[in-house]
Design a protein around this ligand. Structure first.
Ligand code: ARG
Length: 456
């Protein structure tokens, strides 16, 4: 018998049961549902709908059930359709008739929205912390080799040299925007739907504001229909995770390139690489490939939910049960990626000499040649043209650009520009890729990290 069997004459068909049961995945909400139920019971007592003794009995039962779940001894009954029904069924089993009062003034519609918000509130903060750990690791990897540099690329063609720490910070600043988005999502979702009932509130004297405060929500819902149908917070969280996943994927792709024999800019530790079942020499960067691959499903979880939401009339519709698996999946998967990628960066050895040799490619000095001409008064477009001709001449004759430049009428101005590291040194405008701009950037990064940690 289900908890709503009163108006039905035959039990649910097995096919419908299989389609509609959700305990198999929504048990993840167990502790959050207990938390919401405790606040609800206290609210009922304040409203005089439960005596103090009844409330104490119910609160004790809820705590006991929570402990059962935490220790793995909670047993789902055959008719427990979802986590909410399982908990209510067990409460009634433990305390008899008083249990039948726990659902007063409450519907699973406001109940599930409350539990899901509590879950999401915790999840966004947990993910944000792990992203900050990764940012810390990127900073450490850069600090390990403060003088290391590599070619910076556009179109995957060598463009200009950049410090390793500068390069890694490009990822770090993107990740900090992800943290900012997660914290924003957390702040916006922090509104309690409890007390909205099925869709229209209740005739019984409960106070949604008091339960909101009790659960640490910023405020209570303003509109009951909105309260039970709003899943913006799930969509926003999925978006924040999907974009974070895109950033992690981009980092993964870069590690795949860096650890290939073709680039050979870095190697990952043996504990963060895998072998091949057939090819004995292989050392594969699967961690980076999975970071890249799993981002696809994070995007899929977001788009799937948006499609689920787009055609729904107000207010609660059972379609909304489909919000959970994508959310739980994205939360779990992004955690796996973050922890593994952080470990991979920690294990990474950067091949400074190989990267420097690539960055000392003399063509990467071409822009500097043009810039010194600008310093001596040549309009940039003409300077660009003059240097372009030198490059063309070097390519055509097969002679080094340095020699071609030394024979040009501007040779004196070009003196020293071809020395190793000179081009990097010259990248000194605010936020630039050279060593001079690095300290200010590091400070700005630290400040953002501190500010975000405070907001968590
Ligand atoms: N398991 C359901 C869900 O996740 C709980 C709400 C059920 N409400 C209802 N009116 N059938 O959405």
């Amino acid at each position: 018998m289900t908890l709503w069997s009163g108006r039905f004459s035959s039990p649910m068909s097995e096919a419908l049961w299989d389609l509609s049961e959700s305990y198999s995945f929504d048990h993840v909400l167990f502790a959050f549902d207990v938390e919401g139920s405790k606040a609800h019971v206290e609210g009922l007592a304040r409203a005089g709908l439960l005596s103090d003794d009844e409330a104490t009995t119910l609160l004790g039962a809820l705590e006991r059930i929570n402990a059962e779940y935490a220790s793995g001894t909670f047993v789902r009954a055959e008719n427990d359709e979802d986590v909410h029904m399982a908990i209510e069924r067990r409460v009634t089993e433990l305390v008899g008739d008083v249990g039948a009062k726990i659902h007063t003034s409450r519907s699973r519609n406001d109940q599930v929205a409350t539990a899901l918000r509590l879950y999401t509130r915790e999840a966004t903060v947990a993910i944000a912390r792990e992203v900050l750990d990764l940012v810390g690791t990127l900073e450490e990897v850069g600090e390990r080799e403060p003088n290391a540099y590599l070619p910076g690329y556009t179109h995957l063609q060598r463009a200009q040299p950049v410090l390793l720490s500068h390069h890694l910070r490009a990822h770090a600043f993107a990740l900090l925007r992800d943290v900012d988005r997660l914290v924003d999502a957390r702040d916006r979702l922090n509104v309690s739907p409890l007390g909205a009932g099925a869709l229209a509130g209740t005739s019984l004297g409960i106070d949604p504001h008091a339960t909101a405060t009790r659960l640490g929500f910023r405020e209570a819902f303003a509109n009951s229909l909105d309260a039970v149908s709003d899943r913006d917070f799930v969509a926003e969280t999925l978006f924040a995770i999907a974009l974070l996943g895109v950033h992690l994927s981009r980092m993964g792709e870069e590690l795949v390139l860096w650890t290939s024999a073709e680039f050979n800019f870095a190697a990952l530790g043996d504990d963060f690489t895998t072998g091949s079942s057939m090819l004995p020499q292989k050392k594969n960067s699967d961690v980076a490939e999975l970071a890249r691959g799993k981002s696809g499903r994070l995007v899929g979880n977001l788009t799937g939910l948006l499609v689920t939401l787009k055609g729904l009339p107000l207010s609660y519709n059972r379609d909304l049960q489909e919000d959970k698996e994508p959310l739980f999946d994205s939360v779990r998967q992004v955690g796996l990626i973050l922890r593994a990628l952080t470990g991979a960066y920690e294990s990474m050895t950067f091949h400074g000499e190989i990267a420097r040799a690539a960055a000392d490619d003399e063509f990467l000095v071409a822009t500097d040649l043009a810039e010194v001409l600008v310093e001596s008064g040549v309009p940039f477009r003409q300077a660009h043209e003059r240097v372009g001709k030198l490059v063309a001449e070097a390519l055509k004759s097969g002679r080094p650009l340095r020699l071609v430049a030394e024979e040009s009428p501007d040779a004196k101005r070009f003196a020293g520009l071809f020395d190793s590291g000179s081009s990097l040194e010259r990248r000194r405008s605010p936020g630039a890729a050279g060593p001079q701009a690095s300290a200010a950037q590091a400070q700005r990064l630290r400040q953002s990290v501190d500010e975000l940690r405070q907001r968590l």
